[in-house]
Design a protein around this ligand. Structure first.
Ligand code: SF4
Length: 397
């Protein structure tokens, strides 16, 4: 989520706005939505004021910060020019010095944060959970669905644990599927609450289209998984949840975050999946995001992936033999054995992704996931080393 320094005037309550333009506002305008319209001159501001006086009363002007000559009685947001794109969805909060761009149409990855509450406490959680009531996020998710103008190809719903919102999650899914039928939905969940039959049924039965469920699994035995998620009983609940998803014929991506306790038994975990969960659509082997609890548990989460190449290769081989498709995510190519390069995806969200100075001149950069933007506060997944020009990108992917 991008943060934007702003000054607000005349914004009475927290609201979502779609960024529009003066030229397109009259076609886009709807009474149930809010709009934010950048203006760059006094004349444009005057035109916008005329429209609002004519009844378009859910519109705020976005003025270049420091433009003191632009005086207006209409709702105004002042911020850096050129920081917004058309169709951005922005949250404005009275009293806050920041606005947040929660959706940008031009991004490759789109996500929707549904709750910060969670029933697990994973060692490497990138978004440490809190207990407070944040059910207003569900209402904002429904508003987001209405404010998005161009349906994205794919939208990821995450938390916290989205299943803790109960049937509200179903309302969010139904709303997106109704308003954006072309959008594929993915939900990142630990799957534990699917062990409860009534909730599973209310969430999974008779959906307009199947949702893809992204479910972490960190061990082939209860003590391994339960240790990583710091929750006794979680392994059993998650397995029950996976079987429930299979019963309802929903696609599943299993997610394995590559931290030390997981890497130690990665080949066994991959054998377990191939033998017992062959119905999963895909397994994602994922580099750890160096943020949140991962920083607090650094001795368990900081790994040099290059040192674990034998385990990665053995895990990949077990999955391949079991005919379970797999991908590698958040894993720079220079950390991987070359035979795994074709399986590595550019997976880090646009606003989180960077390359290191060492990447300069690397011949495979355009196929590489790069690094999380905050790796400098944490760690790099290996000693980054540019790959010299000896293979074409076509050979990599
Ligand atoms: S040097 Fe940079 S671009 Fe090249 S493989 Fe490593 S992380 Fe990727």
């Amino acid at each position: 989520m991008r943060k934007l320094a702003v000054k607000l005037q005349g914004i009475p309550r927290r609201q979502l706005c779609r960024v529009s333009t003066l030229a397109s506002l009259q076609q886009e305008w709807e009474p149930g939505l809010n709009f934010l319209v950048p203006v760059s001159s006094q004349e444009e501001l005057r035109q916008l004021e005329t429209l609002t006086q004519a009844g378009l009363n859910n519109v705020a002007a976005y003025l270049p910060d420091g433009e003191s000559t632009f005086q207006s009685a209409m709702p105004v947001v002042a911020g850096s020019p050129d920081s917004l794109e058309q169709e951005d969805i922005v949250t404005l909060t009275p009293g806050s010095k920041n606005a947040h761009i929660i959706y940008r149409q031009s991004d490759t990855h789109h996500s929707l944060f549904l709750t910060n509450r969670c029933n697990s406490y994973c060692l490497m959680c990138s978004q440490p959970p809190t207990q407070h009531d944040d059910s207003w996020l569900v209402d904002e998710a429904l508003q987001l669905a209405r404010h998005i103008k161009t349906s994205p190809a794919l939208l990821g719903i995450s938390g916290g644990e989205p299943l803790l919102t109960g049937t509200a999650l179903r309302e969010v899914i139904d709303t997106f599927q109704q308003l954006h039928p072309q959008t594929g939905l993915e939900v990142l969940t630990n799957g534990r609450l699917f062990a409860k039959a009534p909730l599973a049924q209310s969430l999974l039965q008779d959906l307009a289209q199947p949702v893809r469920w992204l479910v972490p699994l960190y061990g082939h035995a209860d003590f391994l998984h339960d240790f990583v998620v710091q929750s006794p009983g979680a392994f059993e609940h998650t397995l029950e949840g996976l079987l429930t998803l299979q019963h309802f014929q929903h696609p599943i991506q299993l997610r394995i975050v590559l931290i030390e306790p997981v890497l130690r038994a990665l080949p066994e975990l991959c054998h377990f999946i191939a033998r017992n969960l062959p119905f999963v659509q895909q397994v994602a082997l994922m580099g750890c995001e160096p943020i949140g609890f991962a920083l607090a548990n650094r001795e368990l989460c900081e790994v040099d992936l290059r040192a674990w190449q034998p385990q990665l290769l053995a895990g990949a081989t077990a999955l391949r033999r079991g005919r379970v498709p797999y991908v590698l995510m958040n894993t720079p190519l220079c950390a991987l054995p070359e035979t795994l390069w074709p399986d590595a995806h550019r997976s880090i969200s646009d606003w989180k992704q960077v390359y290191a100075p060492e990447c300069q001149g690397c011949s495979v950069q355009s196929s590489c996931s790069g690094l999380f933007a905050w790796h400098e506060r944490g760690w790099k997944p290996t000693a980054i080393k540019a790959i010299p020009m000896r293979q074409t990108h076509e050979q990599v992917h």
